[in-house]
Write a protein that binds this ligand. Structure first.
Ligand code: SAM
Length: 379
């Protein structure tokens, strides 16, 4: 039962209480103060936080709605032998919504829709609209390669998507087409323009920086932040699956990327970025620039202590760590007609089993830990 709160007005509704809990992390940080404030909000307003065994508040669910994609990025999808999930094995939208509703009762407040390429799945807009309508969801975002963004920008905005991450690895049309095995840079750039005009903010452009492929474009990407308020984020190539193994030689660490930028543009740290829901990115800006530059370094600087995520794969498995093979099957019980309580128990189990940290390292053997490609897990 909710207790009267001595600090906040009693009329605050559930959603604002959840927001308070979310902000508590901002005010109090990821340490004890943040947790205490989050717990205080739960106590006062009857909301829920799910803490794992390492005191991380698990409030973020990434939902892959398809493993299909309209691109074939070389470091994400194997050249041959890509096995796709059978149509019947992909969760139906109403099944995903049921899982999301249950996850929200356990404390999830942030949802990211991803894939594969989420915009290729039929009915994505009504689905996203339905997710947004789930009481308790405070932050709905989507990750896309941008190819279909020009078409969907307005509808996504109307559906209530707050934030977009767009993956883009080259600003050179030929190179873009090469890395994506046939994608059109023009379409992505038109898509980015469209979301800018529709007023999305922030617009995050994610570039996986790779040695000998696009490291000569790092400055050009950084310069995108001079005139427009984009957040360009440089992401380390992760050693996932076969493609990771094949592309190992292209790995570039975040520190090297930062030094390349700083050789031309000194970077100023942006304070409070994490609380603004920038997740694990370390965020900077170029003096006078309108946008920001982020570094996500899961390999060289793992951020497992901050990890607040669960993933739902397109075939209905909950995965609590990107780099762990451990998954819990929700689809089988769900289709057997199980109760919400059973599903809740399975989600709790995934949270309880969330590893303290991933084991990938740059030394030998670390690849054995992550057999699946990103396309199969959901990015
Ligand atoms: N289709 C959407 C897109 O392109 O953004 C969502 C799915 S995609 C798998 C999500 C993200 O994963 C993309 O930004 C992609 O660059 C990234 N990704 C895939 N494989 C990766 C790897 N081995 N290392 C780092 N990032 C990877």
């Amino acid at each position: 039962m909710a207790l009267p709160c001595p600090v906040l007005p009693a009329c605050v509704n559930w959603a604002s209480a959840g927001r308070f809990r979310f902000l508590a992390r901002g005010w109090g940080g990821e340490g004890r103060t943040g947790q205490s404030l989050a717990r205080a909000a739960d106590l006062c307003y009857g909301t829920t936080s799910m803490y794992d065994n390492f005191k991380r508040d698990i409030n973020y669910l990434r939902v892959s709605i398809t493993d299909r994609c309209n691109l074939r990025c070389r470091y994400c999808v194997p050249k041959e032998g890509l096995s796709l999930i059978g149509h019947d094995d992909i969760l139906r939208y109403e099944e995903i919504l049921r899982i999301i509703r249950i996850a929200v009762t356990l404390g999830v407040v942030k949802i990211r829709i991803t894939g594969g390429e989420p915009l290729v799945r039929r009915g994505v807009i009504p689905f996203v609209t339905a997710v947004k309508a789930v009481p308790g969801i405070q932050d709905l975002s989507l990750t896309t390669n941008g190819i279909l963004l020009e078409k969907y920008a307005g509808e996504l905005r109307d559906a209530g998507v707050c934030r977009l991450n767009i993956s883009l690895d080259s600003l050179n049309g030929d190179k873009y087409s090469h890395i994506t095995r046939g994608g059109s840079l023009t379409e992505v750039l038109r898509g980015i323009d469209a979301v800018y005009k529709h007023g999305f903010a922030p617009i995050k452009i994610n570039m996986v920086a790779m040695k000998g492929f696009n490291d000569d474009e790092i400055l050009a990407f950084a310069r995108l932040t001079l005139d427009r308020p984009y957040q360009v984020r440089f992401i380390e190539l992760m050693p996932l699956g076969h493609t990771g193994r094949d592309n190992l030689g292209k790995y570039l660490d975040g520190e090297t990327i930062r030094m390349i930028i700083e050789s031309s543009y000194p970077l100023l740290p942006v304070n409070g970025a994490r609380e603004r829901s920038d997740g694990p990115a370390r965020v900077f800006r170029i003096d006078g620039g309108r946008g920001e530059i982020g570094f996500i370094s899961p390999v060289s600087h793992h951020f497992c202590h901050l990890c607040n995520r669960l993933r739902l794969t397109a075939d209905g498995h909950i995965r609590s760590c990107l780099f762990s093979e451990e998954e819990i099957d929700l689809k089988t019980p769900l289709r057997r007609g199980c109760s919400d309580g059973e599903l809740e128990g399975l989600i709790r189990e995934a949270i309880a089993n969330k590893p303290r940290k991933h084991e990938i390292r740059l030394e030998d053997n670390y690849l054995r830990k992550c057999g699946k490609d990103m396309s199969a897990i959901g990015g």
